[in-house]
Design a protein around this ligand. Structure first.
Ligand SMILES: NC(=O)c1ccc[n+]([C@@H]2O[C@H](COP(=O)([O-])OP(=O)(O)OC[C@H]3O[C@@H](n4cnc5c(N)ncnc54)[C@H](OP(=O)(O)O)[C@@H]3O)[C@@H](O)[C@H]2O)c1
Length: 245
């Protein structure tokens, strides 16, 4: 898939990795980019880069009525980037853990599912196109310091595989991205080396050009997957060891 003729829609586009996707797509010459965010005001600076090519859209991915409205506006999309995501804290046993788990599943899993169900027919009409889902290394091994977030990202990984199989016939490339720590508000306070959001966006655009389905966009991601191939139980234990004793 070539990026240049693409019309893209990016969720959670106002900051972090989503914003980097809009900037990278813009630099790559993408014809039109729908930048979707819960607050349209938070997109002002991004849209100011080029209001003809960067189109602001108000979108909470957990609200199917809002998704139905943007479907009418964005009939030309052939690249859907499901980036919006949330990370709670407190593991599985804090007082508010169930609320947190529902919130993470509703945003990370169901929000993405709502978007894919709404846009799959549009992608088909536009020649197949591509869907990019922002997963995590925690999609493949639970990181207990982010235990219930990991569970939501594992569900999203399974969704990604299932959607890939189901949309293969219509020619839609479904890409899963498995970042390690990235320098955004989400990972604030995480005491690990982090890569820049633009590194993630660039790796994904390169993967799209090459038709690659699984993207390991940074050194931590690559190390975790190499470790899993060698000894997945050792990787599970390594992450378990990060919990405070
Ligand atoms: N940072 C990391 O270390 C890391 C690692 C692996 C994977 N990821 C994944 O990468 C993606 C982007 O994360 P990030 O690091 O850029 O995080 P971030 O800086 O916290 O940004 C999250 C984005 O998601 C949006 N969002 C949250 N809930 C939403 C909803 N219901 N509807 C629409 N938008 C919503 C936020 O919008 P508001 O401004 O309105 O809150 C914001 O734009 C996430 O899926 C995350 O899980 C991040």
């Amino acid at each position: 898939m070539k990026i240049n003729p693409t019309v893209a829609l990016v969720t959670g586009a106002n900051r972090g990795i989503g914003k980097a996707f809009v900037e990278a797509l813009y630099s790559a010459g993408t014809e039109r980019i729908y930048a979707a965010a819960r607050s349209i005001d938070s997109l002002t600076d991004l849209v100011a880069i080029d209001p003809h090519r960067i189109i602001p859209i108000a979108l909470d991915v957990t609200k199917p009525d809002q998704i139905a409205a943007i479907v009418q506006q964005a009939q030309d999309v052939n690249l859907l980037i499901n980036n919006a995501g949330v990370l709670g804290s407190g593991g599985f046993f804090a007082d508010n853990s169930l609320e947190t788990a529902h919130w993470e599943m509703e945003t990370n899993y169901f929000g993405t599912l709502y978007m894919i169900r709404a846009f799959a027919p549009i992608l088909e009409r536009n020649g197949g196109g591509a869907i990019v889902n922002l997963l995590s290394v925690s999609s493949v091994v639970n990181v207990p310091v982010f235990a219930s977030y990991s569970a939501s990202k594992a569900a999203l990984y399974s969704l990604t595989q299932g959607v890939r199989a189901q949309l293969a016939q219509q020619g839609t490339l479904v890409v899963g991205v498995f970042p390690g720590p990235v320098d955004t508000a989400m990972s604030e306070g995480v005491p690990l080396d982090k890569v820049s959001p633009i590194q993630i966006a660039s790796a994904v655009l390169e993967a799209l050009e090459q038709g690659i389905e699984d993207v390991y966009p940074d050194p931590v991601s690559q190390q975790v997957f190499a470790g899993i191939r060698q000894d997945s139980k050792a990787v599970e234990k390594q992450f378990a060891g990060m919990l405070p004793q």
